[in-house]
Design a protein around this ligand. Structure first.
Ligand SMILES: Cc1ncc(COP(=O)(O)O)c(C=O)c1O
Length: 1010
C-alpha cells in the first residue's frame, strides 16, 4: 500500500475531487495494489472505510458482469461477505474519472480483514470457512447469468487443453515436461469426466490476495469478481485449493478440508470430488504456461519468474504424493468411500467367504492358529526388535510349539515399529507408514501357497532389498459385478515365482507358489504376507504392505481386512487406534448427531478406567466425579470377574431356570420392605420406567401420570412424555394431555425455601391441586413419578415430608407412587440404600438402573405382589436380555461389593466431608449460593448474587472447564439454570479424592473475578 500523498499530486487532487463531487465524501485516500485497475482505500471523516475502484477502460462487458454479480448477491445472499456497490449522489453505480486516462469509477463497501497471504491467523479454520463461503457463493451463483462470464477465457482451467501449444515456452525442461504431462492428462482423462459435471458461473479466483481473514483466521471477505467465468463448478474448489495449500504441511489434507467444507453447504458429486486433485495440478500447469507466454511477451517482468518458483515448488509437492491416495483422501474428506468400488468388493468377499479355499495348509480342516503381537507393547517386543531372521524364526517356532498351534499369524491393522528406513516415509511429514495392511502367516520356507479363489497372475516383482517384500505376486480377481481387485502374496521363494507368467490363470485352491527363505524374502523369518488390494495405487506388484495410521480409513479401503478370506478361529486383525479429530468426524458422520460429546471443544478419548479414575490414551488419569453408573468403581475386579466367568459359562434368556436369576431377585427384593417383593428385569432405566407405567395402568385402570417439573425419566417416547426436562426443552413438543406437572420443590429458589418447616406440605399441595384438576376433568391418576433427590432439577434434596404428603394425595385419588432410583439408588445417599427412604415412604413401584450393573446395561423394577398380579393379565411379558445369567451375576457382584466394601457408609462419611468442605468454601467464595445433597449425590449452586440468586451459569461453565484443564477433574452442570455443579462420583470416591476436589475448587473459584 502506498500513501496517496506520494502519488502525483494532480492524481490525488482528481480523486479527492471525484469523491467530493460524486459521493459527497472527503477522507484519507490510500492506494492499493491492482493488476489493471487503480484501487484506493478511502477512510471517511467518520472513520468508515470504502473501496474506490477506477477501472481500466476497454472491458465494459466484464465490468458490467462484476456489477451485476454484486447486485445479484445483495438480493439472493445478503449475508455473504462480499462488497456492495454504493451509488453516487445521483444514484448511479458508476461515474467517470480522469486519472491516468479516462476511467470508470465505482465506490464499494470496504471488507474488513487481512489478506490470506499476509494473515498470521491462517489455519484450518481459514480453509474450512473459505470452503463454506465458496459453497454458499456458488449456490447463489447457480441462478446468475451474464454474457460477460460466457467467454473463452485463458484462466478458465476447463479450457486447459488450449495451453498445450504454449508448453514449449516454459524454459526449464523439468517444469515443461511436468506441465505437458498434466495438460495431456487433463485432455485425455480429466476433461471427459469433467464434461459430465455441473456448469455455472463461478468466482474462479479465490486466491490468497482475494480472500480476507479476520483475527481468528476465519474468512471475512472475498474480493474481485473480475475472473468470473461460466465453467465447471468444481473448478472453484480447485482454484481456491491451489492457493490454500501453499505452505501447509499436508497439501492433500488442505484440499480435502476445503472440498469437504464446500461440499457440506453445496454438495458435489463423487466425480467432482475425484477431479479436484488433477484440477489443482492443472491450475499450476496453466499458470506456468501463462507465465511463460507473458515472459516471452515481457521479458523484463522478473516478478513473474519469482512467483513461478512458488508455483513449481507447490506442484512438486503434489507430484510427490501418490495420486490415487490423494484422490482417495479427498473423496474420504467429502464423505465418499475412499475407493469407490471397495465396499462392493468387501461385500462380495463377505457373501462368498464360505466357498474360499485355505491359503495355507488346506489339509488341516480347522487349524489352531496363534496370533503373535508384533507391536512395540507386545510380550515379545524386545525379542522382535533384536533378533535376526533365524532368531525370529526360532522364537516363532517356540511359541507355536508352546501353544500347540499349527502356525502363527501376524495381525492386520497392527501398528508396528519394525518398519525402518526411508521406504516407509510418505510425502506428508510425520505420516510414516507403520500399520500392517495384510496378515502374516508364519511357516517354514517352501510352504505352498494356495489361491483362495480363481484369478490370474497380474503382476510380479522381486523387491530384493533388506526388509523388502522379496518376490511378490498379485493375482487379479473379479467380482460377479465386474469389480476388479487383487490378492497380494509377499516374501515368496524366487524359484516358485519364476515359474509364473503374467496372465496365467490360477484356479481356486491351486498351490501356485511357495514361502521364501530369509535369504530371498527380504531377510525376514519365513512367512507369507497376504493382503487384499482394491487399488494398487499404480504401484502394481510394488504395492505397499504397510499404511499410514492417520489415514487409516483410506488404507483400510485400499487393503481391507483379509480375515474374511482366511476365516481363522482367532482374530486376525486389530482395531487401529485413531486420533480424536478423526473420531469426532466419524461420530458425526456415522452416529446420530443428537448424541453429544462431553467437553466438545476438547473432547477426551478415554481408554481405561480404574476405581474413581478414567484414563485417556496418553495414560493421563482423570478424577471422575460424574459417574454414578460405575458405582462400585471403574472396572471393579469382582464385577469384571463375575461377568467374565458367567459369559464363559452361559448367557441366555430368562425362559430357562437359572440359580443366579432367582438368587439375584431374592437379594434385590430383600433390600426393600414389604410389600415390595416382586422383581422385573430389564435393560435400561428407561425400560424400567416404561414398564412401571404399564404396571400402574394395569393395576389402576387409569392412564394419567403426574411428574415433577424439570424431571427426566428416560428416553423412550412414553418417558419423554413424563419428562418436562425434555418435552418443555429444545426440540420438545410440550406437555401431553395425559400428563400433569407438579411444582418442583426447590428449597433454594422456589416458593417455599429453607427454614420453612411446612415447605414439604406446601409443595405437596400442588400435587393435590393436580389431582383435583384431573378429577375436575373426570380423570384419575395411574402413577406419580418422583426421584428421592431431584437430579435434572438441580440435585435438589426434598423438603421433609414432601413425598409422604404427595403420596397420600396421589393414593387418595387412586394412583400409584413410583420412586425413580435410577440415578440415586444403591446406597449413594449414604444414610439409606434408596433415596426415597430419606423421606420415610414406601412406594408402590421402584425403578433402578445405572449403578445396578456398574456399567453393564441392566435395570430392574420392584413392585408389590398385587401390582404384579394385575399385570399378569394373560399377555406374556418377554424381555430378550432382561435377567440373563450374566446380568444376574453382575448384579449380585455389585451388591456384594456394596456390602463388603461398606460403600453406603463410605458415601455417608465422604459425602458429609465434601459438603462440609464446600460450605467452608462458601464462606470465602460468595458465588457458592447453596451446597446440598445426601451422601455422594450433591449439588453446589453458583449465583452471582446471594440476594437475587441470579444464576452464575457462565461462571460454572468456566469452573468445569478449569477443573478439567488444570486439575483433571471431570464434572458437569445441572438444573434448569445450568448453574448447579453436579457431583455423583463412583462410590469409592476417597477422602483424598474429596480433599483434592475441594482444594481444586477453591483454587478455581479464586481465579474467577466476580
Ligand atoms: C432419573 C432417571 N430416570 C431414568 C433414566 C433413564 O435411564 P437410561 O438412560 O438407562 O434409559 C435416567 C437417565 O439419565 C434418569 O436420570
Amino acid at each position: 500500500m502506498t500513501d496517496i500523498r506520494n502519488e502525483p499530486s494532480h492524481e490525488a487532487e482528481a480523486i479527492g475531487a471525484l469523491l467530493r463531487d460524486n459521493y459527497g465524501m472527503a477522507g484519507e485516500i490510500t492506494a492499493l495494489p491492482g493488476e489493471h485497475d487503480l484501487n484506493y482505500r478511502v477512510r471517511s471523516a467518520s472513520g468508515e472505510a470504502f473501496l474506490l475502484k477506477l477501472h481500466a477502460p476497454g472491458a465494459p462487458l466484464e465490468l458490467a458482469m462484476q456489477m451485476a454479480v454484486l447486485d445479484h448477491l445483495v438480493r439472493v445472499a445478503p449475508d455473504l461477505p462480499v462488497s456492495r456497490t454504493l451509488p453516487d449522489m445521483n444514484g448511479a453505480a458508476i461515474s467517470t474519472a480522469h486519472v491516468r486516462g479516462e476511467r470508470v469509477a465505482r465506490l464499494l463497501t470496504w471488507l474488513p480483514g487481512e489478506v490470506w497471504s499476509r494473515s498470521a491467523a491462517r489455519g484450518d479454520e481459514s480453509i474450512e470457512t473459505l470452503g463454506r463461503l465458496l459453497g454458499e457463493l456458488d449456490r447463489s451463483l447457480e441462478s446468475f447469468n451474464h454474457p460477460g462470464a460466457v467467454r473463452h477465457y485463458a484462466w478458465d482451467i476447463g479450457r486447459a487443453g488450449m495451453h498445450l501449444e504454449n508448453v514449449g515456452l516454459i524454459e526449464d525442461a523439468e517444469r515443461r515436461e511436468a506441465s505437458r504431462v498434466i495438460l495431456n492428462r487433463f485432455t485425455t482423462d480429466v476433461l471427459p469426466r469433467l464434461e459430465t459435471c455441473p456448469r455455472q458461473i463461478i468466482h474462479n479466483d479465490a486466491n490468497d490476495y482475494n480472500v480476507l481473514l479476520d483475527g481468528e483466521g476465519c474468512v471475512s471477505g472475498l474480493l474481485d469478481f473480475g475472473d468470473m467465468v461460466e465453467t465447471w463448478r468444481v473448478i472453484e474448489i480447485a482454484v481456491a485449493g491451489a492457493y490454500a495449500l501453499i505452505g501447509t504441511a499436508d497439501p492433500v489434507e488442505t484440499i480435502g478440508r476445503l472440498a469437504a467444507a464446500y461440499h457440506a453447504v453445496n454438495p458435489i458429486s463423487e466425480v467432482e470430488a475425484e477431479l479436484i486433485f488433477d484440477l489443482v495440478c492443472t491450475r499450476y500447469a496453466v499458470s506456468m504456461c501463462m507465465a511463460a507466454r507473458q515472459i516471452r511477451d515481457n521479458p523484463e517482468n522478473t516478478y513473474l519468474l519469482v512467483s513461478q518458483d512458488d508455483v513449481w515448488r507447490e506442484l512438486q509437492r503434489l507430484q510427490r504424493e501418490n495420486r490415487s491416495i490423494a484422490i482417495a483422501r479427498i473423496r474420504d474428506a467429502c464423505g465418499f468411500a475412499p475407493i469407490a468400488h471397495a465396499p462392493r468388493v468387501e461385500r462380495w468377499l463377505e457373501r462368498n467367504a464360505h466357498a474360499f479355499s485355505p491359503v495355507v495348509r488346506p489339509v488341516v480342516a480347522k487349524p489352531t492358529v496363534l496370533a503373535l503381537d508384533l507391536t512395540a507393547h507386545g510380550p515379545d517386543a524386545q525379542a522382535w526388535a533384536s533378533l535376526d531372521a533365524a532368531g525370529a524364526e526360532a522364537l516363532v517356532d517356540q511359541r507355536v510349539a508352546e501353544h500347540g498351534a499349527d502356525f502363527a499369524i501376524g495381525l492386520y491393522g497392527e501398528d508396528r515399529v519394525i518398519y525402518k528406513g526411508d521406504a516407509f516415509e510418505t510425502a506428508s511429514p510425520g505420516a510414516r507408514r507403520t500399520v500392517h495392511l495384510g496378515v502374516d502367516i508364519f511357516a517354514p520356507a517352501h510352504e505352498p501357497v494356495h489361491a483362495p479363489f480363481s484369478g490370474k497372475v497380474a503382476f510380479i516383482y522381486d523387491d530384493a532389498v533388506p526388509f523388502g517384500f522379496g518376490p511378490t505376486v498379485l493375482l487379479e480377481h473379479q467380482t460377479d459385478g465386474g469389480d476388479v481387485f487383487w490378492t497380494l502374496y509377499g516374501h515368496l521363494s524366487r524359484e516358485s515365482v519364476a515359474k509364473l507368467s503374467i496372465g496365467q490363470a490360477i484356479a481356486a485352491g491351486v498351490a501356485f507358489c511357495a514361502f521364501g527363505a530369509a535369504s530371498e524374502n527380504g531377510n525376514w523369518s519365513p512367512h507369507l504376507h497376504f493382503q487384499i488390494v482394491t487399488d494398487h495405487l499404480g504401484l502394481e506388484a510394488r504395492m505397499h504392505g504397510v499404511g499410514v495410521r492417520n489415514h487409516w480409513q483410506v488404507w483400510r479401503a485400499i487393503s481391507p481386512d483379509p480375515s474374511v478370506i482366511l476365516g481363522y478361529s482367532v482374530p486376525a486383525s486389530v482395531i487401529v487406534a485413531r486420533d480424536k479429530a478423526f473420531l469426532v468426524r466419524e461420530r458425526h458422520r456415522r452416529i446420530g448427531r443428537s448424541l453429544s460429546i462431553a467437553y466438545s471443544d476438547a473432547p477426551l478419548k478415554i481408554v481405561g478406567g480404574e476405581g474413581t479414575y478414567l484414563i485417556d490414551e496418553d495414560g493421563t488419569r482423570w478424577l471422575d466425579m460424574v459417574n454414578n453408573v460405575c458405582h462400585v468403581g471403574h472396572c471393579h475386579p469382582r464385577v469384571v470377574k463375575a461377568a467374565q466367568t458367567q459369559a464363559a459359562r452361559l448367557n441366555t434368556n430368562s425362559r430357562y431356570l437359572h440359580d443366579s436369576l432367582v438368587e439375584y431377585s431374592r437379594r434385590l427384593a430383600a433390600l426393600f420392605p414389604d410389600p415390595l417383593n416382586v422383581c422385573f428385569f430389564v435393560n435400561s432405566g428407561s425400560e424400567a420406567n416404561d414398564l412401571a407405567i404399564r404396571l400402574a395402568r394395569a393395576y389402576t385402570g387409569n392412564r394419567d401420570i403426574i411428574t415433577v417439573d424439570h424431571a427426566y425419566h428416560g428416553h423412550l417416547s412414553s418417558l419423554i412424555d413424563v419428562s418436562p426436562y425434555k418435552f418443555a426443552g429444545k426440540g420438545g413438543e410440550g406437555r401431553p394431555a395425559h400428563v400433569r406437572v407438579a411444582e418442583m420443590p426447590d428449597l433454594y429458589r422456589g416458593r417455599f425455601r429453607y427454614g420453612d418447616e411446612h415447605a414439604g406440605r406446601e409443595y405437596a399441595d400442588d400435587v393435590r391441586s393436580q389431582m383435583a384438576a384431573l378429577a375436575a376433568e373426570g380423570r384419575r391418576p395411574a402413577l406419580f413419578f418422583s426421584e428421592g433427590i431431584l437430579g435434572t432439577g438441580g440435585q435438589l434434596t426434598l423438603p421433609a415430608g414432601y413425598l409422604k404428603e404427595a403420596y397420600a394425595h396421589v393414593r387418595a385419588a387412586g394412583g400409584l407412587c413410583l420412586a425413580d432410583e435410577v440415578q440415586v439408588g444403591f446406597g449413594r445417599v449414604g444414610s439409606h440404600m434408596w433415596a426415597h427412604e430419606t423421606q420415610g415412604v414406601v412406594p408402590d413401584i421402584v425403578t433402578m438402573g445405572k449403578p445396578i450393573g456398574n456399567g453393564h446395561p441392566m435395570a430392574a423394577v420392584v413392585t408389590t405382589e398385587a401390582v404384579a398380579a394385575a399385570f399378569a393379565n394373560g399377555m406374556e411379558y418377554f424381555n430378550t436380555f432382561g435377567g440373563n445369567p450374566v446380568s444376574a451375576e453382575i448384579g449380585l457382584a455389585v451388591l456384594d461389593v456394596i456390602r463388603d466394601e461398606r460403600l453406603m457408609h463410605h458415601c455417608h462419611v465422604v459425602g458429609d466431608r465434601l459438603m462440609d468442605g464446600a460450605r467452608e468454601l462458601a464462606k470465602r467464595h460468595p458465588i457458592i449460593g447453596d451446597v446440598r445433597g445426601h451422601g455422594l449425590f450433591n449439588g453446589i449452586e453458583l449465583v452471582r448474587d446471594r440476594e437475587t440468586l441470579e444464576p452464575a451459569a457462565g461462571e460454572l461453565e468456566l469452573v468445569i472447564a478449569q477443573m478439567k484443564q488444570r486439575h483433571r477433574i471431570l464434572l458437569s452442570s445441572e438444573g434448569p439454570h445450568h448453574n448447579v455443579l453436579k457431583i455423583k462420583p463412583p462410590a469409592p470416591f476417597s477422602t483424598e479424592d474429596c480433599d483434592y476436589f475441594l482444594n481444586a475448587l477453591d483454587d478455581t473459584l479464586a481465579t474467577l473475578s466476580y
